[in-house]
Design a protein around this ligand. Structure first.
Ligand SMILES: *Cc1c(COP(=O)(O)O)cnc(C)c1O
Length: 382
């Protein structure tokens, strides 16, 4: 028998409270019971997103709401600024390309943070920009972009600020309203501790004004349809919702309220710190620069002489621990340990122990337990 451990930054482990809640017998969505559930979830999402705005829910993975943030805000040929310092920033560019917008690209090396002053420069040079696209927590590299500073800039322009916070929400601070973030998006299989299948998007008044002018085609992913249904006397969804996932989301919000957002963010910061200290104690080099380290995922360089692909495979086959490798040009060169959502101290310890044993087996000189000790120290001090 071998136990499986999923230490990836999405999908993430799901607490049994949520799994069990989803086993509840099916009930119809045009009922007072569903409306009551939806209303309480709306309240809960506002708490989690730190916003007074509507948070719309769609049945899709995160990419669905990313796409909806183009279809609902823009018209063909509209100018946008797209920031990219990783795989998901690249995806924002690709979706914009698919919809035929006019893209001002701000591209960075994957170990760099997005520079807010570059956005200001491009906004000044391009007064017709309709939207600025940026990823808060770049899951491909663990880098945290400073969307607070970006929000402070974009609020003074006509452009709408669109933030992919898919591994930000529920892991790091993301103050939607206070930071002037017009659009904030997340997916269920990340910090919300849910199975994949739901995506949420918070929409500000400034964004609704932009949406009024948008001519790109939309139907299932129409924000207006979703908001209109939400504002009915008996709030509902325009189409059949994935009822079981919605029930699970209600449970997730209960768990998050019980822990408290502040504690959730603190827990993630401590887990990330323990992971970083543990890996550095093993002599490994962290990928993300000090000024851009997030709490959702810890990426680290594969040490010289170790085959990155073999390492991830052996960790899974021998110890049942699934971590993420690098993506695109970082494939085989970095590995990424997820600690986002339903993670606690001993998940980090388990992963670090597996990493140590696997590295040793692949010929990397290491004193067993050295990373564990460093992580233990972080936990005892926090
Ligand atoms: C997971 C993720 C997405 C969406 O990916 P899906 O597979 O469509 O859910 C988008 N952006 C970031 C930063 C992510 O981590």
């Amino acid at each position: 028998m071998r136990k499986e451990y999923m230490m990836t930054p999405g999908p993430t482990p799901v607490p049994s409270e949520i799994l069990l809640s989803q086993a509840r017998p099916m009930f119809h969505h045009r009922t007072p019971a569903f409306t009551e559930l939806l209303v309480s979830i709306e309240e809960g999402l506002k708490y989690v997103f730190q916003t007074k705005n509507d948070v719309l829910i769609f049945a899709s993975s995160g990419t669905g709401v990313m796409e909806s943030s183009i279809a609902n805000l823009l018209s063909s040929g509209d100018k946008v600024i797209c920031c990219s310092n990783g795989k998901f920033g690249d995806r924002l560019i690709k979706i914009n390309e698919a919809y035929g917008t006019d893209i001002v690209k701000l591209e960075y090396d994957w170990d760099q943070v997005v520079k807010p002053e570059d956005i200001k420069r491009e906004l000044d040079a391009n007064p017709d920009v309709k939207a600025v696209y940026v990823v808060q927590s770049e899951t491909s590299t663990g880098i945290l972009n400073d969307v607070r500073a970006i929000g402070r800039i974009v609020r003074d322009y006509d452009a709408v600020l669109v933030v992919d916070s898919i591994t930000g929400i529920g892991a790091v601070e993301c103050k939607t309203d206070e930071w002037n973030l017009d659009i904030v998006m997340t997916g269920s299989q990340k910090g919300l501790m849910m199975p994949p299948g739901l995506a949420c998007v918070a929409v500000s008044d400034k964004a609704w004004a932009a949406a009024e002018k948008s001519k790109l085609p939309k139907f299932y992913f129409s924000w207006k349809k979703a908001a209109d249904s939400l504002h009915k006397p008996a709030p509902t969804t325009p189409f059949t919702p994935p009822v079981s996932l919605i029930v699970g989301l209600g449970e997730a919000i209960k768990l998050m309220r019980r822990e408290g957002l502040e504690n959730i963010i603190k827990r993630h910061a401590v887990l990330a710190e323990a992971a970083r200290q543990g890996l550095e104690a093993m002599g490994l080099k962290l990928f993300a620069p000090v000024e851009g380290r997030g709490s959702a995922v810890t990426p680290v360089w594969v040490p010289d002489g170790v085959d990155g692909g073999k390492f991830v495979k052996l960790l899974k086959e021998k110890y049942g621990i699934t971590i993420a490798g690098g993506q695109d040009h970082l494939k085989g060169r970095i590995f990424r340990i997820g600690h986002l959502g339903y993670f606690d101290k001993f998940d980090i310890m388990t992963t670090l122990a597996g990493v140590e044993m696997t590295l040793l087996e692949l010929g990397y000189p290491i004193t067993l337990g050295i990373g564990i000790q460093a992580a233990e120290r972080v936990f005892m001090e926090n």
